[in-house]
Design a protein around this ligand. Structure first.
Ligand code: 9PG
Length: 488
């Protein structure tokens, strides 16, 4: 039946209720087909998880499938990686030629929406509510976020903490001595969290300190706290590498295809890694114990990563739908770590985790260089680390700000080991200011006095931010325009 929406009337296959809410209407269905009377110029493609491409795409451009999901399940929802039509996860918007925007978004999770420019075709794993709106772009996204917030909870009032994180200078090459050196160096600079990233653990699945941390993780947390900061730790609780002890001890905990073969969750650290079936009670006990262990060591800022692995297609012990299983596993993590821990979700599903973590990474990783065209083109992998694309993704997820702290990844102040030009570094700082999430990995002893001053000033000051358009902002009265970056 037709769905009236302001000045529009949409033809549809929908026959249920249409409830007016602030800024739009709510429909209730498992699938929807909506024919719009205008020719859409662009499609808002929302990526499944943190690293998945999120952008406005033009109709008429060839759809570029991502690398076969069997090799790159971490790029986007593997169930849709090779779809021939433009599509996106849980929410989409179409730009009409009059500048107005038609938005359709799930008020839940497990949905995918396609478009061929003539109609929207939406499909969810279960029956759920959908929000539909037509109007000015920022207004329809704000109305959608308000509906999600009402159902799933909004962002906590406290500002996001300022974080020093080891990843973007050392990668996995961290050790106790180098970390202690950085800890000394950041003392008094204004950071609230000092976070160890990948490299402290034995293996993915074996979450114990490795030989590079001879005093152990509890001693490290105490040293951080002694400097007046919260201790932060990175873990990837849902994944396991074949080299891990856990892999050999509990092959029955791993997520499998119907034919019994293992579901590869991705390729990294020199080979494939696998996913846990988080619906198994024994796995749940193990996850709970892991969260309790890291809290007992003294860490209360947890960057939990590669979380999408819990939502990959596979056979689960309780036959639950994969995004429901993900939400249940995220709920378990949150409950086990405690409400007072700061939970940064990374490599995470966006919709299926709303209301559970304090912050979400909303882009792929940034890099100390501008772009990585090789990976995007040769590997057809738009999720690869790239500062330019990371900023582009973050810009397209700013509408989530009322729901969760938005982590656009770190900023750089250093010239050492860095090819970013000063204006490119400024772009990164500006997106961090806009998101209100400030993090860096620069070791203080890599900085010259000028860079060090820039860092302390940046940490101390949160500029006034006003959004002027999709890519234009005013920061303390300075106009910032990302349009060229998005177009390049
Ligand atoms: C630690 C890093 C950092 C970083 C995270 C995440 O597709 N991949 O293989 C892939 C590997 C690493 C990665 C993202 C994607 O980075 O975003 O901040 O914590 O893990 O290993």
């Amino acid at each position: 039946m037709p769905i009236p929406l302001g000045s529009l009337s949409l033809a549809s296959d929908y026959s249920g209720s249409q409830n007016a809410v602030a800024g739009g209407i709510v429909l209730h269905a498992q699938s929807l087909r909506l024919d719009h009377p205008f020719v859409a110029s662009r499609f808002y493609r929302h990526g499944w998880q943190s690293w998945s491409p999120t952008q406005w795409l033009e109709f008429g451009q060839p759809v570029r499938p991502v690398m076969p999901a069997s090799r790159r399940p971490q790029a986007d929802d593997p169930a849709h990686a090779l779809d021939p039509l433009l599509g996106g996860s849980n929410v989409t918007a179409l730009a009409a030629t009059d500048g107005q925007v038609l938005l359709l978004g799930a008020l839940g999770h497990g949905a995918w929406i396609h478009s061929d420019g003539q109609r929207l075709v939406a499909e969810a794993a279960t029956t759920l509510d959908w929000f539909l709106a037509y109007g000015e772009e920022q207004a329809v996204f704000a109305a959608y976020a308000a509906q999600l917030a009402e159902r799933l909870g909004s962002v906590k009032a406290h500002p996001a903490p300022k974080v020093w994180c080891s990843w973007y200078s050392y990668f996995t090459e961290i050790d106790q001595g180098e970390i202690e050196r950085c800890l000394e160096g950041v003392d008094g600079l204004g950071f609230q969290v000092f976070q160890l990233d990948d490299g402290w653990q034995h293996d993915m699945g074996d979450w114990q300190a490795n030989a590079k941390f001879p005093d152990g993780m509890a001693a490290m947390a105490s040293a951080i706290q002694a400097k007046g900061m919260r201790a932060g730790l990175w873990l990837a609780p849902f994944i396991v590498r074949p080299s891990a002890k856990l892999f050999g001890e509990h092959p029955e905990w791993l997520l499998r295809h119907p034919d019994g073969t293992l579901v590869a969750a991705g390729d990294n650290w020199g080979g494939d890694y696998y996913a846990l079936d988080t619906t198994l009670p024994a796995v749940q006990d193990w996850l709970r114990a892991l969260m309790q262990q890291v809290r007992a060591w003294g860490y209360d800022y947890l960057k939990l990563d590669f979380l999408y692995a819990a939502a990959l297609p596979g056979v689960r012990s309780d036959n639950s739908q994969r995004e429901d299983a993900y939400r249940a596993a995220m709920t378990l993590l949150r409950e086990a770590m405690g409400a007072d821990a700061y939970f940064l979700a990374c490599g995470c599903l966006i919709h299926a985790g709303l209301g559970l973590s304090d912050a979400m990474r909303i882009s792929q990783d940034v890099t100390p260089f501008w772009d990585n065209e090789d990976r995007r083109v040769h590997l057809a992998d738009p999720s690869g680390p790239s500062t330019r694309v990371a900023i582009e993704n973050s810009l397209h997820r700013l509408w989530l700000a009322p729901l969760v702290h938005l982590d656009p990844d770190v900023v750089f102040f250093r010239a050492r080991y860095n090819l970013l030009s000063p204006p490119q570094q400024q772009h990164l700082r500006d997106i961090a200011s806009i998101c209100g999430f400030v993090a860096t990995s620069d070791p203080p002893h890599w900085l010259d006095p000028h860079e060090r001053t820039a860092m302390t000033q940046f940490i101390a000051h949160q500029p006034q931010v006003k959004q002027l358009g999709r890519y234009r902002f005013e920061l303390d009265g300075r106009t910032v325009d990302f349009s060229a970056l998005v177009a390049s």
